[in-house]
Write a protein that binds this ligand. Sequence first.
Ligand code: MG
Length: 290
Amino acid sequence: MKQYLLLTASILFIASCSTSQKVVDQVMEEQPIEVIQLDWDELSKTEPYKLTEQWEPVPEKVTPGYFTAPPSDAVVLFDGSDLSAWQHPEHGYGARMDQVESILNARLKAPKYTAADWTVKDGAMIVKPGTGALETKQNFGDIQLHVEWLAPVDPGKEDQGYSNSGIFFMGLYEIQVLNSYENATYSNGQAGALYKQHMPLVNSSRPPGEWQSYDIVFNAPRFDAAGEVTKPASLTAFHNGVLIQNHTELEGPCVYIGKAHYIPHPEKMPLLLQDHGNLVRFRNIWVREL
Ligand code: MG
């Protein structure tokens, strides 16, 4: 093995430094072309292949959903019928880090909630502009999320004003929901962006008026006893089945104004849907806790 590593390193070095392919060819020529044959009868006596077999633990069996239907172990947050998994947080979410910090404090010390009052119609929950965000009653840390959303056709609207909403993991880390089909805006604020931090890898938006999906793996940040972040939050996302965020690390909560930084918070917090004043619809929302 060592010889092969040295050979590989030599070839890479030569290939990168030499202008001549001949040198590489010469090195290759000097190597035997004989393929190593394994003696399986002999190997079966010591069974070295078993050293790399992992039998425990056994992955839990899950019945997969049909297309986008929730799998058997999902926590269903909206199945088209009612908003019983949701409530309205009076504290909202923050646009600047000092506000985020004060909201986090209020949320932990004296949280105030009222009933969720967005519209439920035709199997979808629709933002009721001006009423504020909705949060899940349940708290989550690391999750797999599936959500379908629709940015309605809204002539005359543009930029961040065209069907804006957002999904805030832990009420803090936003993946943008926006009509980004032929609607120019800042790249790190378009659909699929980790708002003001990371633009999506590609724009796989469907036209407004059509249902779209996000499938997301979110990893919550970790903090040590002193409140210092030891592992930043990270997120992998598929937009309509296309990879748009690949284990992207967040710099802190997603804020509208200023740079982000981490503030220590509980291991599990609610998922939040943003009211940005537009009639964005959501349906078929489920999570799997990881
Ligand atoms: Mg938004």
